[in-house]
Write a protein that binds this ligand. Structure first.
Ligand SMILES: *[C@@H]1O[C@H](CO)[C@@H](O)[C@H](O)[C@H]1NC(C)=O
Ligand SMILES: *[C@@H]1O[C@H](CO)[C@@H](O)[C@H](O)[C@H]1NC(C)=O
Ligand SMILES: *[C@@H]1O[C@H](CO)[C@@H](O)[C@H](O)[C@H]1NC(C)=O
Ligand SMILES: *[C@@H]1O[C@H](CO)[C@@H](O)[C@H](O)[C@H]1NC(C)=O
Ligand SMILES: *[C@@H]1O[C@H](CO)[C@@H](O)[C@H](O)[C@H]1NC(C)=O
Length: 195
C-alpha cells in the first residue's frame, strides 16, 4: 500500500514537472515570458556642465564635495585611488548645445560618487529640472557611469510634466573636461514609454 502511494506520488510529480515545463517554456527555451521592447517614442539630446569647487572658484562652482574618504578633505578630489569615496552634490546648468555660455534650459540636480579604486568610475543619481519654453517637467536618471568608456547607458527611471511616467535609456558621453575643475556631459535620451 505504502509503495503504491509512493508510486502515485512519483507519477504526479513527473506529470507536474512535464506540464510546468511545457507551460513556462517559450520557443527560445527561456523559462520566462519575453516582452518585445517597444519602439522609441522620443529622443532628445541635452548637455550639462559641472564646475567642481576646488577651493578658489566658489563663485562659479556648481558642484561640491560633501563626502570624502579617510585622509582626504572636502576641498579637493582625493588624490589617490581614482577619487574613490568622494561624493559630490551638484546643481548644474543644462543647455541645448555644447556651449557653456548658452542660455540654460534647466538644472541637473543630484549627486555622483566615485566607486572604484582601480579605475575612474562613478555612480550617478540626478534629475533634469526643466522649465523653459522648450521643455517643462523633470526627468530622473540613475546608473553606473564607467567614465573612461566613450558611451555609457544609464536608466531613465521616471519623469513629470512633459515627461510624465517617462522610461528609457540615456546614453551619456563626456563631451569635454578640464582637469578636475570642469566636465560637460552629452545626454542622449531615448524614451521607450511616453504619455
Ligand atoms: C580652481 O579652478 C580655477 C578655475 O578653473 C583655477 O583657476 C584654479 O587654479 C583652481 N585652483 C586649484 C587650487 O586647483
Ligand atoms: C568663473 O568665474 C571667473 C570669474 O568670474 C570667470 O573669469 C571664468 O570664466 C568663470 N569660469 C567659467 C568656467 O565660466
Ligand atoms: C585638502 O587636501 C589637499 C590634497 O591632499 C591639500 O592640498 C589641501 O591643502 C587640503 N586642504 C585643506 C583645507 O586641508
Ligand atoms: C517655471 O518658470 C515660470 C516662469 O519663469 C515660473 O513662473 C514657474 O514658477 C516655474 N515653475 C517651476 C516649477 O519652477
Ligand atoms: C542620439 O542617439 C540617437 C539614437 O541612438 C542617434 O541617432 C543620434 O545620432 C544621437 N545624437 C547625438 C547627438 O549623439
Amino acid at each position: 500500500m505504502a509503495i503504491k502511494n509512493r508510486n502515485r506520488a512519483v507519477h504526479l510529480c513527473f506529470l507536474w514537472l512535464l506540464l510546468s515545463s511545457v507551460l513556462l517554456q517559450t520557443s527560445d527555451g527561456k523559462s520566462w515570458k519575453k516582452h518585445r521592447l517597444r519602439k522609441p517614442c522620443r529622443n532628445l539630446v541635452l548637455y550639462f556642465h559641472d564646475v567642481i569647487y576646488n577651493g578658489s572658484n566658489a563663485k562659479n562652482a556648481t558642484s561640491t564635495l560633501v563626502g570624502a574618504p579617510h585622509g582626504s578633505n572636502l576641498t579637493l578630489l582625493a588624490g589617490k585611488d581614482n577619487h574613490f569615496g568622494d561624493l559630490a552634490v551638484f546643481d548644474d546648468p543644462i543647455t541645448l548645445d555644447n556651449n557653456f555660455h548658452s542660455p540654460p534650459v534647466g538644472r541637473a540636480q543630484g549627486f555622483y560618487f566615485y566607486d572604484m579604486k582601480n579605475t575612474f568610475s562613478s555612480w550617478l543619481g540626478f534629475t533634469f529640472v526643466l522649465n523653459s519654453t522648450d521643455y517643462k517637467g523633470t526627468i530622473t536618471f540613475s546608473g553606473a557611469d564607467p567614465i573612461l568608456t566613450k558611451y555609457r547607458d544609464i536608466s531613465v527611471v521616471g519623469g513629470t510634466g512633459d515627461f510624465i511616467m517617462a522610461r528609457g535609456i540615456a546614453t551619456i558621453s563626456t563631451d569635454a573636461y578640464e582637469g578636475d575643475v570642469y566636465f560637460r556631459l552629452c545626454v542622449n535620451i531615448t524614451l521607450y514609454e511616453c504619455y
